[in-house]
Design a protein around this ligand. Sequence first.
Ligand code: ZN
Length: 512
Amino acid sequence: MRYRPALLLAALPVMAAGQRQQSATSGAASITAADIQRRIGIIAADSMLGRATPSPQLDAVATYIAGEFRRFGLKPGGDSGTYLQRFPLEVLRFDPESSTIGITSRTPTTWRVGHDVLLVEGQAPSVATTAPAAVVTGSPDAAGSALDSASVTGKVVFVAYGPALNAIAVKLLPLKPLAVVLVAGFPDSIWEKLPGREASVTVRNPSEGGGAAVPAVLAVRTATANALFAQGGASPDSLRAWADKPLAARPLSDVTMRLDVHQRMLDHASAPNVVGVLEGSDPALKSEYVLFTAHMDHIGTPSAGEGCTARGADSICNGADDDGSGTVAVVELAEAFSLLRDRPKRSLVFMTVSGEERGLWGSGYWADHPTVPLANVVADLNSDMVGRNSKDTVAVIGREHSNLGTTLDSVAAAHRELGIKPVGDLWPQEGLFFRSDHFNFAKKGVPILFFTTGLHPDYHQVSDSPDKIDTEKEARFARLVFYMGLAVANSAQRPRWKPESYKQIVGGSSTN
Ligand SMILES: [Zn+2]
């Protein structure tokens, strides 16, 4: 070890006084590729097992981020003076060995759940329940399409798996069928990959949709279903034969089904959001907030039931880009802003949420239980998958819905040295506006921008690993968000919705 007292003495005053002496430029410069690489290495390490919701590894990541927020001097923005806000979850265990569906018809049969029929989603009734069966026919696009509750509520409803499924589900699920059975013509190779074959754990969010559970969603092969339809007086092809007719539910006469699915409550659990606040410097504007978000959870390993599939010996979906990259960007932004000599006028909220991959749960919970007044949140800048693809662009989803888009353009024009060009949605067919956490804030009237460098072949694969992140690009991207956040936090006016967008996304008309 070398001892260099002269240098140490020279450095001392800077170290002592330097923590909050930074200009905006050097605040931005604190965001480095090396820091991003190091932090993604921590969050997306194999030891984090892909950060499923809930898991001890997800909690470990939350603890790490909370520790960083504390080190930066942020105020705790979670529950009861801590950096964490926890939201409740229910963990259910499904046991296929003892689960059956008994069918009463001309020739009574029994389907084994996990073999003849798979429980792919949702919650089965907690006690064995018998109900009539119905088949949904027709097309949701045909004129006069509607389903009446008398023909589906409390029944076991068969629906063709196909392109119209989502449109049918929107009409069917609010009518509370007992169960939905998807009739699927999958080849064996796909059928073998569907969930619901083995004993597994499912996680439910009791806060979602006012506590309404998704009914049991089962899948059955076309041939198996057709045999039953024939007994119930429906043509084997009835799902398809009516494709040009309005949507309708037809009873399968003399068929009743007894669902005896063993899916028991194992545990009440919870998952974390991490929230840190940097108070604004303006006596009036500091009661308004700019929100920076990303999701720290990912899809775990195959047993988490979130869609991670092993490839060879690798069974860990690291989620380095999705969304280790955005999470680390939020942490880097928190550090950069905390170093500023002149704090921004508005307050800043840095939040990393969980449960995103299961259905935007953490952000939804915070939007329903905000830890700062939601009406005072002037913007959400959300980053999800920001470390890949072209060197010099970032897609900005939702930029057309408020004047945040034009603010961003002028910020980017003033910082051409970053070499990042904000562009619009490069994947319009993907519906990305609905697929990350900003959506929960937009629905409640918060103007948003959603930053993403987009999809790639490693998306939700074990190969979304830290070595693939372009940390140099991500550092330049995060600096752009830093300058953008600064502009929004210091602007005299809060961001404004486009009236048409507000009407469409939030409903009613905008007050600001
Ligand atoms: Zn994802």
